[in-house]
Design a binder for this molecule. Structure first.
Ligand SMILES: [Zn+2]
Length: 92
């Protein structure tokens, strides 16, 4: 059975630990260790560092509900009608 989810995407970048301004970018190489290591170079100061992941990368995360259930979808909308109070009920 398929189930569909709304997702949110975000890009994860790594800011250089040396200059704290540049962005660490993969140089395209992969060290075939276990786990694999990815050499990166800062695009501002040239600092080199190796990571377990290749930056930048895109991460997706599920939002609250699957989208093919109309009851869940309605419950997850941000719109919440204001409850009727005694005075607003009289105005209607
Ligand atoms: Zn740097």
């Amino acid at each position: 059975m398929e189930r569909r989810y709304e997702i949110r995407q975000e890009e994860v970048a790594y800011v250089c630990d040396a200059c704290r301004e540049g962005e660490m970018l993969s140089d395209g190489f992969c060290l075939t260790s276990n786990p694999p290591q990815y050499p990166h170079r800062c695009n501002r100061c040239g600092h080199m560092q190796t990571f377990d992941a290749r930056y930048p990368f895109t991460r997706t995360s599920r939002l609250n509900a699957w989208t093919d259930d109309p009851h869940r979808r309605r419950a997850d909308t941000s719109f919440t009608p204001a409850p009727l109070t005694a005075s607003s009920a009289e105005a209607i």
